[in-house]
Design a protein around this ligand. Sequence first.
Ligand SMILES: [Zn+2]
Length: 261
Amino acid sequence: MTPYPLPAFQDNYIWIIEDKDSSDIWAVDPGSAKAVLDYCQTHQKTLVGILITHHHHDHTGGVKKLKERWKCDVYGPSHLTQLITHPVKENDTIQVFSRLFSVLETPGHTLDHLCYFSEQPKQGEPPMLFSGDTLFKGGCGRIMEGTPELMLAAMLKIAALPDDTIIYCTHEYTLANYRFALSLEPDNEALIKSNLSDQDKRAKNLPTLPSVLHLEKKTNPFLRSHETSLKTQAAQQLKETPAVNSVDIFSQVRRAKDSFS
Ligand SMILES: [Zn+2]
């Protein structure tokens, strides 16, 4: 079961979950109905389920039309009453083919943000996470409704998952994220290597996703804000004194990214 990235809009991916023994598919955050309808038509597939991570239109814009067309199940934040058929909250589980996903509440980018995590169902298949706009490869979502405290807690919740978790994010922001990450840690070898490899992928118009948690721990500044040189550099970019506690440090790194060009 390898999710397939369906490009939509400028830089979104709608992840399509398929099973080799089935003509059914699931879609994660279908902001565009057309992309999914075209996919179903081309590949002779039936959409049976949708997972929504949060309310933003580029993640939900296609849901109404797809639900009308396929009468499929829609799982998501409970306040989206017009869109969902199954409201979910922390620790609820959803069966998607052979895998059981559990819901992680990760407020920060928005207050309703959810991630969907599946442990290893059988040997040889790593755990997987749909991280929406919480964790991006080399970055994290903007704090639009939450607080730095909430966003840090969400990132730490993801960091506590198994190191081999494959992470399916919703946006192709990797190279821009790496430019900022390298401004904080120019000598980080894992970062330099991943940046070169992903530049190559983008030059060929290939996605840089998914990522994997052990790589994020070595490269993502929002999982590394405890690193002394990184936090000092972020404070310098903001022309501020380096913060002391972990939430304030995280906030400095996030604000440094917001003003980075
Ligand atoms: Zn969003």
